[in-house]
Every structure is written in C-alpha cells, then in structure tokens.
Design a protein around this ligand. Structure first.
Ligand SMILES: [Zn+2]
Ligand SMILES: [Zn+2]
Length: 726
C-alpha cells in the first residue's frame, strides 16, 4: 500500500482522539496479549493508587515512565502483563466518606450504621476508579482496564489471607501489647510509613525538671521533655554509661547532667554555667539508683506499680541517650514511645500507659483522669512547679508526627494489637534485597537497606471498618483464648455452624457474624474485629492479583514480578510490604527490578498539596498540550529519580519538538505519495548519499535508545530522540 500525503497541521486533540478510537476498534491491548501469548513473560505489577483522590501530576509521571517501559518490552517481543490495580480500602477512603456524612468520630459511624458506611466507602472507591480509568485511557496507557485487580473483591481478600496462614505457620503472627503511634481522632494505631509521613511544625512546651535521687532531696537528675503529658507514664530515667556526668552545685541544690551537654544548655539554664563542679564521674555509677517521681502524690497508681516492680523509678542504661539533645538524663515512658517500650522490655519495666483510645487520661492517671492528654500539659507543668520540680519552662517549635489522613497530632500509647515479627526474617529480607536490581542503585543499597535494618515488628491490626478483615477467630472464653486463622471462604464454610444470611461479602460487618466453636473448650469463637493495615492489601498484590492460591495456573506462569516502579517514598510503604509479605508467603523476593521515581514539584519547587492550592491537574495539562507532549516531557525532563519542577516553557518546547516531527512527516508523505514510495521499496545500493546518511543516523539512534531502555535510563532515550528530531 502506498503512503498517503498528510495535509493537516498537527492537532493533538484530533490526532489523539483518532488513535484512541483506532486502538479501541482493534482491541489493541487484548490483541497484543494474544499475539504474545507464547513469548517470554514480563510480569509488570501496578502499584495500586488509593481511590480517595483523582490522579495528580506525580501519578502521571510514574505512569508515563512505566508505560514507556511496557511498550518497549512489548516491542521487544515479550508477553507483558498489563493489569492495572486499585487500592480500594483504607483510612484515606474512610476519612473521605466521614467528611461526606459529617462524621467526627467512630461513634458517629456506628450511629450511621456500619453496613451503610461500608457500602458508602465501596461506592466512593468505585467512583474514583472510574475517574482513574478515564485518565488512563486519555493518557494513552496500554492497560487492560477491563480486568483490573481490586483489593475489595472477595477473591482478592481470600487470596491475601494466604499471608496470615503462612505467618501463623511460621510463628510470626502474634498478639501483644505494643506501644504504637496512635491517632486519637481516628482511634486506631498507625505504623511505619503512616506514622513517619506527616511531620508538621508545631509549638510545644519545652521544660526542664528535677527528679530527686533517693530520699535526700538534695541531689537531682535533670531531665528535659517536650511532652509533659507523658510524665505520668514515666517509670525510669536512662543515662548513657559511656558519658561522664557532673554534679553541679546550684544554690542549695545539686544537679546531675551529662558533661558533654553542659555547654549547649547554658542558654536556657544560665544557672549551670554559674554552678560549681562538685564531682565528675562515669555514668555507670548512676545505674540502679532510685529516684522520686514528683507527680506520684497525684497518681496513686504509681504506688501499686512499685509493689509489683521493684525497679520502678530507677536509673537504667540506654545507648540511644545522646549528648546532642537534652541533658543526658532521659525520661523513659514505655507506654508512650517505641524506643522506650523496647528498653522497658529489656529492663523489665512496667508498661504504664494510662491513656484511652481517644487520647484521654484513664482512672489510672489519678488527678489527670478525663483530660485530653495535650490539654493536660499546662496542669502538669503547674503541678511540677508546685512540687518544686520545674527548673525552666519555655516553648519549642519542632517537627511532630501527625495523622497522615486527618492531621491530628499523633500520640504513642500501649494497646493490644496483632503483630508480624520482623526480626526472625530480617536477614532473609536483607539478602533478598541484594538480589533486587534497583535503579538507581542507592535506593536499594542505602535507603531501602537502612529501612529494613531499622524495621520493628509490624503492627498489622487497625481498629477501623473499611479494610481487609483479619481472618483470625478467638475463643470468647477468657481463660482459653485459643485463636485460629481461616484463610478461605471454603475453610470458613467448613468450620462455622452456619454462614451469616445475605450475600457473601468478606468485609465487616458480614464476616463478624461468622461464629465458630472452640475446639479446645467448646465456647464460641468470634472474629477479632480488626481490619488490616491498608499497606497490607497492596503488599499482597504480587500473588493476590493472580488469584493465588485458589488459582495456580496464572501464578505458575507469571510469578515473580519482573518490574515495578513507584515514588521513592515507597521504600517505607509498598516496596517494603511487598517484600515482607513475599518473604513470609514464599521465602523469596516477589519482585526483581525496581525503578524508583521522584516527585513533581510546582513551578517554584514546592511540593504540590491541596492545602497550598498549587496542585496541577494532569488532565488540564493534557488538554492544553496533548498526551504525547505531556508524556514526553515527564520522561525527558529529568532522570526518573530526580525531582521535576513543572515548567510550562519546557512543555511548550516539547510541544514544538513534536510539531517539528509532524511537519517532517507531513513533508515527506507529500513526496512519498508522489513517488508512489512504499516502505517495501528497494533501498541499499540504489540510495542516495543523504538517504544513506539519515539511515545510518537512525540506526545509531535505535542503538542508543535500546541501550538506555535496557538500563531504565529513560530520560537518555528521550533526549536521544529529541536530538535526532530537532
Ligand atoms: Zn487521624
Ligand atoms: Zn476455647
């Protein structure tokens, strides 16, 4: 067939519409799958976005990058898995629905009705899925949008439960008291990524207080804190045995601080520089000494604790005590900090956490009972003053963790939760990480490696509604508390006396109605009412998107994943949960290659956020510049792992380049049609010098682009193309 002359000017609206129609008519994505069905496999796993917001430009960047890689793989003859995924559960969606129904707390949700709430979350997630799908189509992605994996489907939920089954088998699933980050508004724990993602600048009290040693009342340990409300939970003071400590005579009193901390403390505590050095001694001399807690008269529970714990209110050693901050004597409250908690276990200290789910002091907090913890700060400071314990009171502006969904300041409190042990699999994870190809390499060898090294046990339970329910049933007889994991509907049908009425929906509240009989004592067993941390859902996608373990064929064909790409913050999120779950489920890394990409910032270089009002809508950019220009811009502007500042000028330049390409094409088609040229026309010796020159340039270009794609240096591929065209 001959080539027809193109007459029109470049119009992205017209051209892109035509191309999308054509792809639709020939059912391109399925056609590719069929053509390549016997080719070597390339399993791409889509990092599922949350269905609580429309896509932003950062999402567009990730998708421009990965779609280029996937199209490249298809062209190289691979059978590429093109399934999109959507993260349909989680607090982000719950919070969105709570806004819609005007809910302020869990009690409002219960009043609204859990069943109705779940239905509303479901509808909300589907609505966003539609919006995302439209975006995928307009953006020209090759994705099998008719067959996505949705984390809310019964099949997906059942498949994900396989993880709990394996974790129980391997003794890595346990119930325990843990001190975890907690949102007092959402009334649920947060962990890992959720608790580290949202640091905001806030003003807090900064106080120095004295804890008198023994009964002398003359010598005191000097302690600094920015959270006075955690002082009722104080059970020990930690020092660093490697430091020298100093006894300073200040007036009638003797204060004890770490020597290296003194120069830094002078500004807030001028008494120190005037103080007389009475003694310098190694910190180890303080270990085991008993001190008097100034607030004990207000908190009768301290007396009871002391009866059971002879080491209550004594000095202990901790490596994490630094000279860079505070006095070198650190207030320890295992019920209000994860580091303190670990130290508490080691030193056999009580875990005292007199704070309820809403962040309100309980009976155990004595005089402070009924107060929201942060509101108790001033009262506690006044009491310390009254007991002559307060040495200095000021304010500090610092970064403090907040709930990533509702922006409430987080607190740490101890509660009964379900955990996944990480220590026993840490070496296996580190080894697996070394087998993964990371682009850029430091993302794996440094950032991800460090995250794994420092990882604690994973608190996987959430006291919320819209999520994958924990498939754990526990005996209601307190003296028995036997528990089991049921990892499929099949198993549930087998073990329960009768299935609940209504359509099978493996969410709350349907699943809560499944009751079993305890094999140990014959009492009822009820489901643990918790749902899973939403990061669990996407972490199971490497096998759950394939329908494993119910279906074996797809799993055998595709697993493990060949390629994933997401934002760099996912070293704490998806990359991590994927690995933890893959190791526990299959003893191997579930993915082989990761391309990490950076954020897209606004024109001034600020992170885009709704509250700043600087979010750039990718659909708007596409309407103005066209999908091709937007994609080429996002891929070529910088290496995937470097930040991009949105620049309309760069977008215009990219548009100009595509225009040049079009005009060259238009020009040549005029002459090709006149000459009745076909792509099959003879070349070789008959060609003129300039034709041979351009063909040689094209071959070099093909080589450069291929090499860049193999290394996943897509920006280099795009730049080579740009240079060739312009
Ligand atoms: Zn919250
Ligand atoms: Zn029992």
């Amino acid at each position: 067939m001959g080539i027809r002359a193109v007459e029109k000017e470049y119009s992205h609206q017209e051209l892109e519409k035509k191309i999308l129609e054509y792809w639709g008519n020939i059912d391109l994505v399925h056609k590719i799958g069929f053509e390549r069905r016997n080719s070597p496999k390339f399993y791409f796993l889509d990092g599922p976005p949350y269905m609580n917001n429309p896509p932003h430009l950062g999402h567009a960047r990730t998708r421009a990058i990965r779609d280029s890689v996937l199209k490249y793989r298809v062209m190289r003859g691979y059978n590429v898995r093109l399934q999109p995924g959507f993260d349909m559960h989680g607090l982000p969606i719950e919070v969105r629905v709570e806004e819609m129904i005007n809910s302020k707390s869990k009690r409002d949700i219960e009043k609204f009705g859990v069943e109705r709430f779940i239905e509303t979350c479901k509808r909300c997630a589907y609505e966003y899925q539609d919006r995302w799908t439209t975006f995928y189509q307009k953006f020209g992605l090759h994705m099998d949008i008719e067959n996505p994996y949705l984390t809310l489907n019964n099949d997906y939920i059942e498949a994900s439960w396989f993880f709990f089954k394996k974790a129980k088998e391997k003794n890595l699933l346990y119930r325990g008291k843990g001190t975890v980050a907690w949102c007092p508004r959402c009334e649920t724990p947060l962990s890992g990524y959720e608790a580290t993602d949202e640091y905001l600048d806030v003003s807090d009290p900064s106080i120095y207080i004295k804890f008198p040693l023994g009964n002398s009342g003359r010598e005191s340990l000097l302690v600094w804190t920015t959270t006075p409300w955690t002082l009722p939970g104080n059970v020990a003071i930690a020092i660093n045995p490697k430091f020298e400590y100093v006894k300073l005579g200040v007036g009638e009193e003797v204060w004890i601080v770490a020597q290296p901390a003194i120069p830094r403390l002078g500004e807030e505590l001028p008494q120190l520089s005037d103080g007389k050095v009475l003694e310098v001694f190694p910190g180890s001399k303080l270990l085991g000494l008993r001190y008097h807690h100034p607030l004990t008269p207000k908190i009768p529970a301290h007396k009871k604790l002391a009866e059971k714990n002879p080491n209550l209110h004594t000095v202990v050693a901790a490596d994490f005590v630094s000279a860079e901050e505070g006095t070198g004597c650190v207030h320890i409250a295992p019920g209000h900090g994860p580091e303190d908690y670990t130290l508490g276990l080691k030193e056999n200290l009580p875990i005292f956490s007199p704070v309820d789910e809403r962040g309100v002091f309980t009976d155990e907090a004595g005089d402070y009972k009924g107060l929201y913890v942060k509101n108790a700060d001033p009262l506690i400071i006044r009491d310390l003053e009254e007991y002559n314990s307060l040495v200095y009171e000021g304010r500090i502006r610092h970064r403090y963790p907040h709930c990533w969904r509702c922006k409430s300041p987080l607190i740490y409190r101890a509660s009964d939760q379900w955990f996944i042990s990480i220590d026993p699999i840490k070496d296996q994870m580190l080894k697996a990480n070394r087998e993964i190809l990371w682009v850029p390499p430091w993302a794996g060898s440094k950032r991800f490696h460090d995250w794994i090294v420092n990882a604690r046990d994973w608190c996987i339970s959430r006291q919320r509604y819209w999520g994958i329910p924990l498939p754990i049933w526990m005996c209601t007889n307190n003296s028995c508390s036997h528990w089991v994991v049921l990892s499929s509907l099949e198993e549930i049908k087998e073990k329960t006396r009768r299935l609940p009425l209504g359509e099978v929906d493996l969410h709350k509240p349907w699943l809560d109605r499944v009751v079993l009989t305890c094999p140990k004592c014959g009492s009822d067993m009820k489901r643990v009412p918790d749902v899973a941390d939403v990061w669990f859902d996407s972490g199971a996608s490497s096998w759950a998107s394939l329908g494993y373990p119910k279906r074996k064929d797809e799993f055998e064909k595709w697993f493990p994943v060949d390629f994933i790409t997401e934002g760099l913050d996912q070293t704490r999120g998806w990359f991590y949960t994927l690995l933890v779950e893959g190791i526990i489920a299959f003893d191997q890394t579930p993915y082989r290659t990761v391309l990490m990409n950076e954020f897209v910032l606004d024109e001034r270089g600020e992170r885009m956020s709704k509250s700043l009002g600087n979010v750039v809508d990718p659909l708007e950019i596409m309407d103005q510049f066209g999908a091709d220009t937007t994609r080429f811009y996002l891929v070529s502007e910088a290496a995937a792992w470097d930040k991009i500042k949105v620049s309309r000028k760069s977008l215009e330049n990219t548009g100009r380049m595509i225009n040049i390409l079009w005009n060259v094409y238009k020009f040549t088609t005029i002459y090709m049609s006149l000459d009745r040229y076909t792509p099959q026309s003879p070349g070789g010796e008959g060609l003129r010098l300039e034709d041979r020159w351009i063909l040689s340039k094209v071959n070099t270009l093909v080589g450069d682009v291929t090499e860049a794609f193999e290394k996943l240096y897509l920006h280099q591929a795009a730049r080579a193309l740009r240079e060739f065209i312009v």
